[in-house]
Design a protein around this ligand. Structure first.
Ligand SMILES: [Fe+2]
Length: 262
């Protein structure tokens, strides 16, 4: 499975460049003190800058020389099976289009500012990418079971998209859903946000909301901690699909479940 698409850099318009520039400048300022150190390092390696929409050839060269991952250009959201197959092959899906200027702060579907700016820098971190790949293997093992995929999705959501990490300098953001949102980048580290220690069982048990700031954020101490949680994630998902009555293709998105496990 491959999409056979590529970034057509010379087709970007003046509006695209302006959108990238405005989003980049705003996030660069907000994230300077808030983003995880490995994200900032990855951004520097990829030489992201305000005046220049990220060039996938350059991003791929950096990924090749660090973790061996690469970008797979996709048209937009893709089916779960394609998504996890790509991750298992060390390819991270990204769109190439940018949101229009008139909806700078609102996105119905992730554009390349989210997919590329917010996701690519951390793909230079070895434990983080090993975690992603291992998570994709669990998903593929149970790809036809809607409950299992929902549960993998919860873990992905509260780590890869909305995760926080405790660093020597303080709490920082590594989740791409936060990193591409100026409002949530500020909110998640503020006094009102509900921050909790990373807890696989708790994440698996509760459903989440997509259209607002998160009602909770989970804090890891290292990317190694994520990777080392994989056996527990797999065990608890296996337990859930055997214990929770469900049809293989039923809608389980809003289901709160109870797990006994470790
Ligand atoms: Fe994302």
């Amino acid at each position: 499975m491959k999409y056979h698409l590529k970034q057509e850099y010379d087709k970007y318009t003046a509006e695209d460049f302006l959108v990238w520039k405005l989003l980049f400048q705003k996030q660069q300022e907000i994230l300077a003190e808030r983003a995880a150190v490995d994200f900032i390092k990855g951004m520097q390696l990829m030489q992201f800058e305000a005046d220049c929409i990220a060039n996938f050839e350059h991003v791929n060269a950096v990924l090749a020389s660090t973790t061996g991952w690469s970008i797979e250009v996709v048209p937009g959201l893709i089916p779960d099976k394609d998504f996890f197959e790509l991750l298992s092959l060390k390819r991270f899906p990204s769109s190439t289009w940018l949101r229009p200027l008139k909806s700078l702060d609102y996105l119905e579907e992730p554009d390349m500012f989210h997919d590329c700016f917010a996701h690519m820098p951390l793909l230079t971190e070895p434990f983080f990418v090993d975690y992603l790949q291992a998570l994709s293997r669990i998903a593929l093992k149970y790809i036809d079971d809607a409950l299992a995929i929902e549960l993998v999705g919860r873990i992905y959501w509260f780590t890869v998209e909305f995760g926080l990490i405790r660093e020597p300098e303080g709490l920082k953001i590594y989740g791409a859903g936060i990193l591409s949102s100026s409002g949530e980048s500020i909110y998640c580290l503020g006094q009102e946000a509900n921050r909790r220690p990373f807890d696989v069982k708790e994440i698996l048990e509760k459903h989440y909301y997509k259209n607002d700031f998160q009602d909770r954020y989970y804090v890891i101490n290292s990317y190694k901690e994520l990777f080392e949680a994989i056996p527990q994630i797999e065990y608890l998902i296996e337990q859930a699909i055997h214990l929770v009555p469900h049809e293989k293709n039923m809608n389980v998105g809003a289901l709160d479940i109870e797990l006994a496990g470790r």
